[in-house]
Structures are given as structure tokens and as C-alpha cells.
Ligand binder design. Structure first.
Ligand code: HEC
Ligand code: HEC
Ligand code: HEC
Ligand code: HEC
Ligand code: HEC
Ligand code: HEC
Ligand code: HEC
Ligand code: HEC
Ligand code: HEC
Ligand code: HEC
Ligand code: HEC
Ligand code: HEC
Length: 507
């Protein structure tokens, strides 16, 4: 019937006649009954999807255009009462009320008097109820929850955001879409890194427009629960991890903006600053003062190269066992800023004889991944050179786990298998004022394919040429033929005994 009425392009007198007929058919605007309050339309999250709204700037595609309705110039506003039964909505009067893209339920039913009272005599139809009650009479969207959106309480009330009759946009919005509506009052600029729903302008995926039980008008729960309502996998991760990072357990928005920032993952600061600023002050000082720095702390995801900022099953919130973390980068030959080549640790770790702590994947037994005072990021002293005047303090690194007497006792039957009879050959080589050999002269630090992870060669001092050691093990001793002397053998006179480190330094 509405369509039939709209198609009639008729002089004003006929409008009245048609309207009278329509009123008989029950479709004229002056229905005797107010519409019954509707069931509150269920709001689903998908209802707020952007494709539900008009794209910004697109012209409203009215039903009139779609239906190819003829356009007529609007009639002048009457100054006195119209005959009873006259329709308010015709091709020339309030025409958009039947042609707009979105027409309010009671308006499309031409039930004007569900909100407006009788004409006062000058074609003025006052509202039956106060502003807010005009709407809440049918839509009880306010005053039932703890947090009310401020504009609901203003004089314009619901009409701040909604048109009571028609709109180009869904939800009768007084804007082309939700985002534009919100941005009339809120400055929420789009920065370099934006949260997916924010970038799509889906403010109401996260916020209730009217009221909420949760602070900040949030949907899906308060605080972290709100985030978990979409990040379900993360909720599971938090619940199952043995260690939860305290700030993450408390509030996601300590580190992340829910909207948009200039840092990846909408972090409020770059990753390293996120950790160091305010909270890890001691670590900040340690890193700043370390003479030997590690690129890993700054590049890529910085701290998050190795740590999980949220929760983990590894100690110190490490993202994985340390060896696997280190291999994320050290799985290829690398260069230090001062031009030294670093070994491909992936190749080294494939060796058949691995050093105890390396075998169990504990790289941080010797290295401070954050940087430190010693070369090669070692967390304790260890000589950098192949020869050095002996001082036990130079070997602090090794002797936190091994018995220092192995280089202090000139004679022994038990401290080491590297002896000729009871002559301690570790003492002989290492414990000297002149040209004391450091451990790495004979041993590889991480592992090798020789027993006792012996080194196969020693770089001749000052050159890149590696002198072969040619270490041969026998039942009761061994021999070597390094470039510096002819073949030497040692014989304990007995099979090797098991010499375990004093501390295994396992993780
Ligand atoms: C759901 C309630 C409601 C219904 C139904 C309704 N109106 Fe209104 N109308 C209002 C409100 C509220 C205002 C005041 C708007 C404002 O102050 O922003 C208003 C204002 C008006 C105005 C003044 C101009 C304007 O747009 O602000 C006209 C004209 C009008 N209505 C016509 C109609 C006609 C014709 C119908 C029936 C087809 C109708 N209204 C149905 C609520 C309603
Ligand atoms: C007499 C009852 C009644 C009153 C009063 C009323 N509405 Fe409605 N409203 C409806 C009906 C019916 C619908 C359609 C419901 C549906 O489609 O499920 C509706 C739908 C809406 C919608 C959803 C539109 C969409 O695109 O989905 C909004 C927004 C709305 N009304 C706002 C208002 C505002 C603002 C007022 C006050 C100016 C108001 N209503 C007053 C009955 C009413
Ligand atoms: C700050 C702007 C704003 C104000 C003020 C406002 N609304 Fe809304 N309203 C919205 C937005 C935005 C939506 C769309 C919600 C969505 O995207 O899910 C909406 C949706 C609705 C809907 C349809 C969906 C639903 O929740 O049932 C109704 C009905 C409605 N509003 C009624 C009202 C009434 C009644 C008032 C006044 C008491 C009011 N609104 C005040 C912004 C507002
Ligand atoms: C007409 C202006 C206006 C519009 C439009 C508007 N708001 Fe607001 N909003 C306010 C005001 C005013 C406050 C209160 C600010 C304050 O307390 O500092 C507020 C507060 C908020 C808050 C914080 C609530 C709290 O408890 O701290 C959120 C979240 C919010 N608005 C979201 C939205 C969203 C989403 C939209 C779009 C659907 C929107 N606003 C549209 C005016 C508006
Ligand atoms: C992914 C969910 C999400 C989306 C999408 C989202 N917000 Fe928020 N918004 C939040 C959360 C969470 C907070 C609370 C932040 C806090 O407590 O620090 C918030 C806070 C706010 C506040 C309160 C002011 C403040 O910073 O505390 C306003 C206003 C606001 N949002 C507006 C918007 C607008 C406008 C949009 C759309 C352009 C939007 N939000 C999109 C989750 C979201
Ligand atoms: C309405 C659903 C929704 C809510 C609520 C939500 N997110 Fe998201 N979030 C997404 C979507 C969708 C993505 C993008 C898809 C993806 O990368 O998994 C995303 C991605 C992210 C990302 C990764 C961004 C990137 O660059 O990789 C972060 C960080 C994030 N969300 C944090 C949060 C935080 C913190 C909260 C709570 C304040 C939150 N989210 C609440 C839907 C949501
Ligand atoms: C202590 C700071 C901090 C807190 C608190 C925090 N995050 Fe993060 N989050 C980060 C950092 C740093 C990254 C980037 C590094 C990474 O990807 O692990 C990140 C990345 C993310 C990502 C994208 C990468 C991924 O793991 O999927 C999501 C999603 C995310 N956070 C969600 C959350 C949620 C949800 C919470 C609250 C339960 C939260 N964050 C709390 C620091 C934090
Ligand atoms: C290359 C990997 C790596 C990077 C990058 C890294 N860490 Fe660590 N971090 C570790 C390892 C491994 C441990 C455990 C050390 C141990 O076993 O004692 C650790 C331990 C910690 C600890 C606890 C122990 C302590 O010394 O206080 C804190 C705090 C910490 N890291 C903070 C940070 C911060 C902040 C950053 C970024 C600026 C960062 N880490 C970057 C690997 C890393
Ligand atoms: C994100 C990549 C990355 C990760 C992860 C990483 N490193 Fe590095 N590492 C580097 C780069 C790049 C260099 C060379 C530049 C430098 O010295 O910082 C380097 C250098 C080193 C050096 C030599 C330092 C020197 O000056 O001689 C050592 C030792 C080292 N890393 C140990 C580790 C250990 C142990 C881990 C695991 C706990 C690890 N790295 C994890 C990137 C990484
Ligand atoms: C038992 C102590 C110890 C453990 C455990 C250890 N390292 Fe080392 N690492 C050293 C020493 C000592 C050096 C320095 C050797 C030197 O002075 O030439 C070194 C040097 C390095 C270098 C620099 C290599 C080069 O070519 O200069 C890298 C990279 C490295 N380690 C990575 C690792 C990784 C990855 C792990 C765990 C899989 C690990 N380290 C475990 C003691 C250790
Ligand atoms: C965190 C403890 C720890 C530190 C530090 C440590 N080691 Fe060890 N080392 C061990 C363990 C555990 C074993 C025994 C491995 C096994 O069971 O095969 C071992 C064994 C050895 C072996 C004998 C390997 C074999 O096959 O019998 C040599 C050689 C060795 N370490 C040299 C060194 C040197 C040189 C240093 C100093 C750079 C050092 N270690 C520092 C724990 C440590
Ligand atoms: C001149 C070469 C040489 C030097 C220098 C050297 N070692 Fe050895 N080391 C050996 C040989 C050879 C063995 C194997 C003995 C055997 O099993 O027959 C050995 C064995 C070991 C063992 C296994 C247990 C034992 O004593 O039999 C440890 C631990 C060890 N060395 C630690 C060290 C440490 C720590 C240093 C530096 C302080 C060091 N070595 C310096 C040649 C050397």
C-alpha cells in the first residue's frame, strides 16, 4: 500500500482523497493506537560490521531512486490544521519518511502519533513525552547498568546520535557510520599500527553506545576479560602457563593501546622501552652500562626476541629453551659490528661431543644475553686470548662448575685424567706465568666431534692459520702433535676415571 501511495503524483486535493482512502485501509499516519513497544532488537556483534553501514562519502541510495519514483517539489508547510485523516506522508509532504534508506519502524507504519500528540492548531504536533522518554518508552536502553554514556544525559538525549524518523545509515544514525558518529566527539586518530577492529571503524564491536556493566562502556567483560572475548587462544595460554607475567595478568592496556599507536602491535612504547621504562629499571642500567652489547636486545622484537611478554612455561618468561632462542639468529655465520666472524652455532650444536650445559640447551649458563662486562657476552671472567699469565680469577666462568684444584694442584691421582702418572698436565699447561695456555687452546667451548670436545686446531697467535693439534686418545692416556712441539704422549697408567663437575649448572 505504501508503494501505491508513493507512486501517485497527484495534485494536493487528490492527496487528501487518497489519504482518506488509505486511512480506511488502516495505513494512514493518524492511527488511533500507539504501536505496542517492540521487543528490543537483539544487538549482535556482527550487526556492527562496517558493511552494515554506508561507506563514508557514498551518496544515500534511497528507495525512491531504487524504485524509480517520480520526484515532486515539496509542498509548503500548512499553517492550520488539516482535515482529519489526512496522511502526513506523501510524495510532497515528509516524502523521505517513505523513501529513505532506513526508516524507523513506527514511521514506516506512519504511526506518527506513537510519539507526536494532536495538532495544536498551527500544524504543530508536540511530543507526547519528554525527549528521552519518547524513545525509552519503546527502547529501554538506559539507566539499567552501572556505566551510562554521557550524551544520553544531555538535552538532545537520544537525538544526539539518532534521527527519530529516517537516516541514510543503519541504526538511524546522524552520521554515515558509527566511526564518524563517535569521532564527532572523540579524537581517536588512526596511527601507523592500528588494532584490526579499530582500523575498520568498528567502535561498537568493543563499546556499547548507550550503557554497560563494564567501565569504558566495554562489551564482553571488564579489563582483560574484554580482550579475551576475542583473543580466546590467549585466554587459554594464560590459564595453562606456569608463569604469567604480572602486568599482563592485571591489565593488557598497560602496554597495548586498544586503538592505535605508532609502534607495532599497538604497543604504547617500542618493545624495549615497554619493558625497561618504569619496570625493569635494573635491567635498563645493566644494558646501558654493559661494555659488551648484544644486538638481539635492540633489533627485531627486542626483548620479545627471547621473552614472552605475556605468559610462559619457561623460567624468566623465556619464550623457549635458550638454545632454540639463540638459534633463531645464530643459525648462520654472522658478523659483529667490529668485523669479527661468528660461528654458525647450528653447525656447532650438531657435533657429537657437546659440553654438558650446551647439551641440555642452557646457553645462559655462560652467556648473559643482555650484555655484560666480559667478551662474548660471558657472564663471568674468561680469557679472551689463547695464552695468558695464570691467575685463577681469569677462569671464574669454568670454575663455577668445575673444581679449580684441577689447575692448582701440580700432582694428582684423581683431579683430572689429563696427567702423566700423577703429573697434572692441566696444571702444566694452564698454570704458568709465561704463556699459560687457556682452556680454549685445547677444548672447544660448545662442542666438537672429538672426545672431551677437544679442539682440532689452535689458531697460531696473530694469524688465521689453525695449527692442527691431532689429539689421539688411548686407553690410559693420549697424545697430540700440535704445531708448537713434536708428538707428546701422556700415560696415567690407568683407565680414565669419571670426573664430574662440582656443579652441573643445569637450568
Ligand atoms: C519515534 C518517535 C517519533 C515518531 C514515530 C515520529 N516522530 Fe516526528 N519527531 C520526533 C521527535 C523526537 C522530534 C523532535 C526532533 C528533535 O528535536 O530533534 C520530531 C520532530 C518532527 C518534526 C519536526 C522537524 C524535524 O524533523 O525535527 C516533524 C515534521 C515530524 N517530527 C514529523 C513526523 C511525522 C510526519 C511522523 C509520522 C510519519 C513522525 N514525525 C513520527 C519523534 C517521532
Ligand atoms: C512506539 C515504539 C517506538 C518508539 C517510541 C521508538 N521506537 Fe525505535 N523502533 C521501534 C521499532 C518497531 C523498531 C524496529 C525494530 C526492528 O526492526 O526490530 C525500532 C527501531 C529502532 C532503531 C534501530 C533501527 C535500525 O536501523 O535497526 C533505532 C536506532 C531506534 N528505533 C531508535 C529510536 C529512537 C532514537 C527513538 C526515540 C526518538 C525511538 N526509537 C522510539 C519502535 C519504537
Ligand atoms: C552516543 C551516540 C548514541 C546515543 C546518545 C544513543 N545511541 Fe542508540 N545507538 C548508537 C549506535 C552507534 C548504535 C548502533 C549500535 C551498534 O553498532 O551495535 C545504536 C543503536 C541503537 C538501537 C538499536 C540497537 C539496540 O541496541 O537495540 C536502539 C534501539 C537505540 N540505539 C536506541 C537509543 C535510545 C533509545 C537512545 C536514548 C536513550 C539512544 N539510542 C542514544 C548510538 C547512540
Ligand atoms: C555527542 C558527543 C559524543 C558522541 C557522538 C560520542 N560520545 Fe562517547 N563520550 C562523550 C562524552 C562527553 C563522554 C564523557 C567523557 C569524559 O567523561 O571524559 C564520553 C565517554 C565515552 C567513553 C568513556 C566512558 C567511560 O566510562 O570512561 C567511551 C568508551 C565512549 N565515550 C565511546 C564512544 C563511542 C564508541 C561513540 C560512538 C558510538 C561515542 N562515544 C560517541 C561524548 C560523545
Ligand atoms: C578492540 C576494542 C576497541 C575498539 C575497536 C575501540 N575501542 Fe575504544 N576503548 C577500548 C578499550 C579496552 C578502552 C579502555 C582503555 C583503557 O582502559 O585504558 C577504550 C577506551 C575508549 C575511550 C575512553 C577514553 C580512554 O582512552 O580511556 C573512548 C572515548 C573510546 N575508547 C572511543 C573509541 C572509538 C571512537 C572507537 C572507534 C573509532 C573505539 N573506541 C574503538 C577498546 C576498543
Ligand atoms: C572485538 C574483537 C577484539 C577485541 C575485543 C580485542 N581484539 Fe585484539 N585483535 C582483534 C583482531 C580481529 C585482530 C587481528 C587479527 C589477528 O592478528 O589475530 C587483533 C589483533 C591484536 C593484536 C596484534 C596486532 C598485531 O599487530 O599483530 C594485539 C596486540 C591485540 N589484538 C591486543 C588486544 C588487546 C590488548 C585487547 C583488549 C584491550 C584486544 N586486543 C581486544 C580483535 C579483538
Ligand atoms: C608487559 C607488557 C604487555 C602486556 C601487559 C600485554 N602485552 Fe601483549 N604484547 C606485548 C609485546 C611486547 C608484544 C609484541 C611481542 C610479541 O609478539 O610477543 C605483544 C604482542 C601481543 C599480541 C600479538 C602477538 C601475539 O602474541 O599474538 C597480542 C594479540 C597481545 N599482545 C595481546 C595481549 C593481551 C590480550 C594482553 C592482556 C591479557 C596483553 N597482550 C598484555 C606486551 C604486553
Ligand atoms: C637474546 C635473548 C634475550 C633477549 C633479547 C632479552 N633477554 Fe632477558 N633473559 C634472557 C635469558 C636467557 C634470561 C635468563 C637468564 C638466566 O638464566 O639467568 C633472561 C632473564 C631476564 C630477566 C630476569 C633475570 C634478571 O637478570 O633480572 C629479566 C628481568 C629480563 N631478562 C629482561 C629483559 C629485558 C627487559 C629485555 C629487553 C631489553 C631482555 N630481557 C632481552 C634472554 C634474553
Ligand atoms: C635476534 C637475533 C639474535 C638472537 C635471538 C640471539 N643473538 Fe646473539 N647475536 C646477534 C647478533 C646480530 C650478533 C652480532 C652483533 C653483536 O655482537 O651484538 C650476536 C652476537 C652474539 C655473540 C658474540 C658477541 C661478541 O661480541 O663476541 C654471542 C656470544 C651471542 N650473540 C650469544 C647469543 C646467545 C647465547 C643467544 C641466546 C640466549 C643469542 N645470542 C641470541 C643476534 C642474536
Ligand atoms: C660453558 C660455557 C658456555 C656455554 C654453556 C655456551 N657458551 Fe657460547 N661461548 C662460551 C665461551 C667461553 C665463548 C667465547 C670463546 C672465545 O673466547 O673465543 C663463547 C662464544 C660464543 C659465541 C661467539 C662465537 C664466535 O665465533 O666467536 C656464540 C655465538 C655463542 N657462544 C653462542 C652460544 C650458544 C647459542 C650457546 C647455547 C647453545 C652457548 N653459546 C653456550 C661459553 C659457553
Ligand atoms: C654451568 C656449569 C659449567 C660451566 C660454567 C662449565 N662447565 Fe664444563 N662441564 C659441565 C658439565 C655438566 C660437564 C659434564 C658433561 C657430561 O656429563 O658429559 C662438563 C664437562 C666439561 C669437559 C669434559 C667433557 C667430557 O667429555 O668429559 C670439559 C673439557 C669442560 N667441561 C670444559 C669447560 C670449560 C673450559 C669451561 C669454561 C669455559 C667449562 N667447562 C665451564 C658444566 C660446566
Ligand atoms: C693443553 C691442552 C689442554 C688445556 C689447555 C686444557 N685442557 Fe682440559 N683436557 C685436556 C685433555 C687432553 C683432556 C682429556 C684427558 C683424558 O681424558 O685423557 C682434558 C680433560 C678435561 C676435562 C674432563 C675431566 C678431566 O679433567 O679429565 C675437563 C673438565 C677439562 N679438561 C677442563 C679444562 C679447563 C677448565 C681448562 C682451562 C682452565 C682446560 N681443561 C685446559 C687438555 C687440555
Amino acid at each position: 500500500m505504501r508503494l501505491a501511495a508513493a507512486r501517485n503524483v497527484v495534485p494536493r486535493a487528490t492527496v487528501i482523497l487518497v489519504a482518506a482512502v488509505m486511512s480506511l485501509l488502516g495505513t494512514a499516519c493518524e492511527k488511533s493506537e500507539s504501536m505496542p513497544p517492540p521487543q528490543r532488537p537483539a544487538t549482535t556483534l556482527s550487526a556492527a560490521a562496517p558493511d552494515e553501514y554506508l561507506p563514508a562519502g557514498a551518496p544515500a541510495k534511497t528507495q525512491a531512486v531504487a524504485l524509480n519514483l517520480p520526484k515532486v517539489p515539496p509542498a509548503r508547510k500548512p499553517t492550520s490544521s488539516l482535515p482529519k485523516g489526512t496522511s502526513c506522508v506523501t510524495a510532497e509532504c515528509h516524502a523521505t519518511y517513505q523513501t529513505a534508506a532506513h526508516i524507523h519502524g513506527p514511521v514506516s507504519e506512519k504511526s506518527c502519533n506513537s510519539c507526536h500528540d494532536e495538532d495544536t492548531g498551527t500544524h504543530h504536533f508536540p511530543l507526547k513525552r519528554a525527549k528521552t522518554e519518547t524513545c525509552t518508552f519503546c527502547h529501554p536502553v538506559n539507566n539499567t547498568q552501572a556505566h551510562q554514556h554521557a550524551p544520553l544525559k544531555t538535552a538532545q538525549a537520544c537525538m544526539t546520535c539518532h534521527d527519530p524518523h529516517v537516516s541514510q545509515a543503519k541504526f538511524l544514525l546522524k552520521a554515515d557510520n558509527v566511526e564518524q558518529l563517535c569521532q564527532k566527539c572523540h579524537d581517536t586518530p588512526l596511527r601507523k599500527f592500528a588494532h584490526d577492529p579499530f582500523a575498520k571503524g568498528q567502535c561498537t564491536l568493543c563499546h556499547e553506545p548507550h550503557q554497560s556493566a563494564n567501565a569504558k562502556l566495554l562489551r564482553g567483560g571488564e579489563g582483560n576479560q574484554h580482550c579475551f572475548s576475542c583473543h580466546g587462544a590467549m585466554k587459554v595460554q594464560f590459564a595453562s602457563a606456569t608463569i604469567v607475567h604480572k602486568p599482563a595478568g592485571e591489565s593488557c592496556v598497560t602496554c597495548h593501546s586498544p586503538h592505535s599507536t605508532d609502534n607495532s602491535h599497538q604497543l604504547k612504547s617500542p618493545v624495549d622501552q615497554t619493558c625497561l621504562k618504569g619496570c625493569h629499571q635494573k635491567m635498563a642500567e645493566h644494558i646501558a652500562s654493559a661494555p659488551d652489547k648484544h644486538d638481539a636486545v635492540k633489533t627485531g622484537m627486542a626483548c620479545a626476541n627471547c621473552h614472552n611478554p605475556h605468559a610462559s612455561n619457561e623460567r624468566h618468561l623465556l619464550a623457549d629453551r635458550t638454545d632454540r632462542l639463540c638459534l633463531k639468529c645464530h643459525d648462520k655465520p654472522m658478523q659483529t659490528p667490529d668485523g669479527r666472524n661468528l660461528e654458525n652455532m647450528k653447525v656447532v650444536l650438531a657435533s657429537s661431543s657437546l659440553h654438558g650445559p650446551v647439551r641440555v640447551g642452557n646457553c645462559s649458563a655462560c652467556h648473559d644475553a643482555h650484555g655484560g662486562a666480559n667478551h662474548a657476552l660471558l657472564d663471568k671472567a674468561f680469557p679472551e686470548t689463547f695464552y695468558t699469565r695464570f691467575d685463577i680469577r681469569k677462569y671464574e666462568l669454568c670454575f663455577q662448575c668445575h673444581d679449580p684444584n684441577m689447575v692448582l694442584a701440580p700432582k694428582t691421582q684423581s683431579l683430572t685424567n689429563f696427567r702423566n702418572g700423577d703429573k697434572n698436565l692441566h696444571f702444566v699447561h694452564v698454570n704458568r706465568d709465561d704463556k699459560g695456555r687457556t682452556c680454549k687452546t685445547c677444548h672447544e667451548m660448545h662442542g666438537s666431534d672429538l672426545p672431551n670436545h677437544m679442539a682440532s686446531g689452535v689458531p697460531f697467535e696473530g694469524s688465521k692459520w689453525a695449527m692442527p693439534i691431532d689429539y689421539q686418545k688411548t686407553q690410559t692416556g693420549g697424545s697430540c702433535t700440535p704445531g708448537c712441539h713434536k708428538t707428546k704422549t701422556y700415560d696415567r697408567g690407568s683407565a680414565p676415571t669419571l670426573i664430574l663437575p662440582t656443579t652441573r649448572g643445569a637450568s
